[in-house]
Design a protein around this ligand. Structure first.
Ligand SMILES: NC(=O)c1ccc[n+]([C@@H]2O[C@H](COP(=O)([O-])OP(=O)(O)OC[C@H]3O[C@@H](n4cnc5c(N)ncnc54)[C@H](O)[C@@H]3O)[C@@H](O)[C@H]2O)c1
Length: 338
């Protein structure tokens, strides 16, 4: 939203403004259909691209002709393996190890990525970036301690874990900054279509009890999304920025937890729906500033703006329809303990 210093909006003007914002909401499936024309020959960089959702975005993108993908991840074994598999097909793929919480590592990632792209085509830059690196947090320990024990203990206690905030918030901030400064070729007169997709979670809208580090990280990503909207897409910086917020998505690494979570009523979102939303963000040049939630039943524009009550109307409907469990597994776990 651009804030203009023109005084208060009348009721009628406000209604017009809200309805204009609501009209920007996107539907699924994509009415513009096939993404082949817009994605062929394009380049994608995915942080956290070696496994889980990130790996699925890399694989889906690599199916389009002439594409190049950069898999950026801490995990070199999985990343190298994935690049090897993709290179045996039509796509050019490169794994680059990165720690997104470290600025030097992130700038080195873009240096290596651009150097590699020049070996494919001297003018090639990155077209689309997806910030999927993330990490689960541990339960926040709020067990009260007796003040006598606390005062008499000499050893300092450990701080709560905050790695999720580092990876998701700092990592996305570093990746977005380096991409816009160096990676996307925004200095060029003929820039072409450029996009950045951020990975939040429905925990970034509804919260997840006792997973404070994770919840804060996903609200933080949303903050980054909201702040970038006007700056990106300006004439000097024409980048489309969108956000995807999945509910629980089963992946090979977490498949063992599915039955336990289903027992407490969690209805899983499909990986294919997350993929479809991210492909839509990359391929549809008209989509900017949209946040899409993914829950059972498919992707839903959350209306994360004034017109959509910053996602609360869509969230309420998801809860009413039974697609989302209000609270979380951790709420009932805590109640059992009390
Ligand atoms: N799977 C879900 O149910 C779900 C739901 C909502 C949101 N998300 C979000 O989607 C994103 C991907 O999650 P996932 O489920 O695929 O997890 P995942 O663990 O399968 O993949 C995350 C990847 O990030 C990499 N990574 C972690 N720290 C890193 C760092 N410092 N630098 C570079 N790479 C690093 C890991 O090595 C891993 O390959 C995360 O941001 C997560 O919060 C996932």
């Amino acid at each position: 939203m651009v804030v203009q210093n023109t005084g208060r909006l009348s009721g009628e003007a406000m209604n017009e403004f809200l309805s204009a914002q609501r009209s920007l909401a996107i539907g699924f499936p994509n009415p513009n259909g096939d993404a082949t024309q817009s994605l062929k020959g394009k380049t994608l960089l995915v942080t956290g691209g070696a496994s889980g959702l990130g790996e699925s975005f890399v694989k889906a993108f690599a199916e389009y002709p002439g594409t190049a993908v950069i898999i950026a991840d801490l995990n070199s074994d999985r990343g190298e393996e994935l690049a090897k598999t993709l290179n045996s097909g039509e796509c050019a793929a490169k794994f680059i190890q990165v720690d997104v919480t470290n600025w030097d590592s992130v700038t080195e990632l873009f240096r290596m990525a651009l150097t590699w792209l020049r070996t494919l085509d001297n003018k090639r830059t990155i077209d689309h970036v997806v910030c999927s690196a993330g990490i689960e947090s541990e339960e926040l320990d709020l067990t009260p301690e007796h003040p006598d024990d606390f005062l008499e203990r000499n050893a300092p206690s450990k701080p709560p874990k905050s790695l999720s905030i580092n990876v998701s918030v700092i990592g996305s901030l570093y990746t977005v900054s380096a991409a816009m400064k160096y990676g996307l070729g925004l200095h060029l007169a003929d820039k072409g279509d450029k996009s950045i997709t951020l990975l939040s979670s429905l925990a970034g809208y509804s919260g997840m009890s006792l997973r404070s580090d994770y919840t804060a990280s996903k609200w933080g990503v949303r903050g980054l999304f909201r702040s970038l909207l006007d700056d990106a897409k300006s004439a000097s910086c024409p980048v489309r920025v969108n956000l995807v917020a999945p509910y629980f998505v089963p992946k090979p690494l977490t498949a063992h937890r599915v039955p336990q979570l289903q027992q407490i009523g969690i209805k899983f979102a499909a990986l294919e729906d997350v993929q479809a939303a991210v492909l839509r963000f990359m391929s549809d040049e008209s989509v900017h500033g949209r946040a899409v939630g993914i829950w059972q039943g498919g992707p839903v524009d959350l209306g994360d703006d004034l017109g959509g009550e910053f996602g609360s109307a869509a969230l309420r409907k998801g809860i009413e329809d039974g697609a989302l469990v209000r609270g979380s597994a951790h709420v009932s776990k805590r109640r059992e303990r009390l």
